[in-house]
Design a protein around this ligand. Structure first.
Ligand SMILES: [Zn+2]
Length: 307
């Protein structure tokens, strides 16, 4: 290509990019799995911003000044709701009227389960702001692919209304995403069917939607703060619990060191695995959700399946 053609091509590209950037409204999403679904709906029109990046947890996140600036500039904010993302409740209330807000745990069409308390389910002790009460909602709602479909519908409809110039694109992306989520659901149903009734324990109660949809048998949580490893007495309690329920597997999360997980299960006969229900270990974007669901199925198969 001659230099002149390159200049023309670059100028055209700049115009196209400027148009796309100008056209799509500023959208901000709380956590990676929800961001992935919104990014898939917006593909080709724009990219949503993400608040809790990397391996951050919504249970312990503290809003930064740069987040507050992005919230102030957003036209649409998508979040799960105050039970999961307590850090966002006040900043969003302060925004009232400036942005449209989709609070998913109060959105018609999305199935919301109550948070589990009592018995072998422990509250999230690592979050002093989160006081789990009976009747509180479980905000990890993206782990049921039917909810992910409902999220695609709600977000596409709202975006199409906010940005009519890109409505056809949002609707086409929504249809493609719903197809893909149907395939993900069928894949999980097939792979997880042999794992029914095999008891396991999780490090935090974040997988209820997955368990319900695929009839998995999680029997309790042993919330452990990654910043403050448990002492000998607490480890003894946890071990007694794992043995009492005859857990076949204990699932930690990516932020825990294998040493700590090994200490917790030593002598119990349980295997160990890692569940990443936030996509903490994955790069953000439209592919995160499919990769995360595949990773969850893989981790459950690897740890629970008979050998
Ligand atoms: Zn959680």
């Amino acid at each position: 290509m001659t230099g002149r053609l390159v200049v023309v091509a670059l100028a055209l590209l700049a115009i196209i990019c400027a148009r796309a950037a100008a056209a799509a409204p500023a959208v901000l999403v709380s956590v990676k799995p929800l961001h992935s679904l919104v990014a898939a709906v917006m593909a080709g029109a724009g990219e949503p911003g993400l608040i809790v990046k990397g391996s951050g947890s919504p249970h312990t996140y503290a809003l930064r000044p740069s987040d507050a600036e992005r919230l102030a500039a957003a036209r649409l904010v998508v979040w799960a709701g105050p039970a999961l993302e307590s850090f966002l409740a006040k900043p969003l209330a302060a925004l009232a009227g400036k942005a449209e807000i989709i609070e998913l745990d109060r959105t018609p069409g999305i199935k919301v389960l109550p948070a589990r308390v009592g018995g072998l389910w422990e509250e999230d002790r690592d979050d002093p702001l989160r006081k789990e009460m009976p009747g509180d909602r479980d905000g990890h709602l993206w782990l049921d692919p039917e909810n992910a479909e409902a999220i695609a519908h709600v977000v596409a409809a709202r975006l199409a209304a906010l940005d009519p110039g890109n409505a056809a694109r949002y609707r086409a992306n929504e249809a493609a995403l719903v197809d893909r989520l149907g395939a993900i659901d069928a894949m999980l149903a097939r792979r997880l069917a042999p794992l029914r009734n095999l008891p396991f324990v999780v490090f935090h109660d974040g997988y209820q939607y997955l368990e319900r949809r695929y009839h998995l048998d999680a029997i309790g949580s042993i919330t452990v703060d990654p910043e403050h490893p448990p002492g000998a007495r607490r480890i003894a309690e946890i071990r007694a619990k794992i043995m009492a329920v005859k857990a076949r597997c204990v699932f930690a999360e990516p932020e825990f060191t294998p040493t700590l997980v090994g200490t917790v299960v030593a002598g119990t006969g349980a295997r160990t695995g890692v569940l990443d229900g936030l996509g903490a270990a994955l790069p953000e974007g439209p592919e995160l959700y499919p990769q995360m669901m595949d990773g969850l199925a893989q981790a459950l198969e690897d740890c629970l399946a008979p050998r």
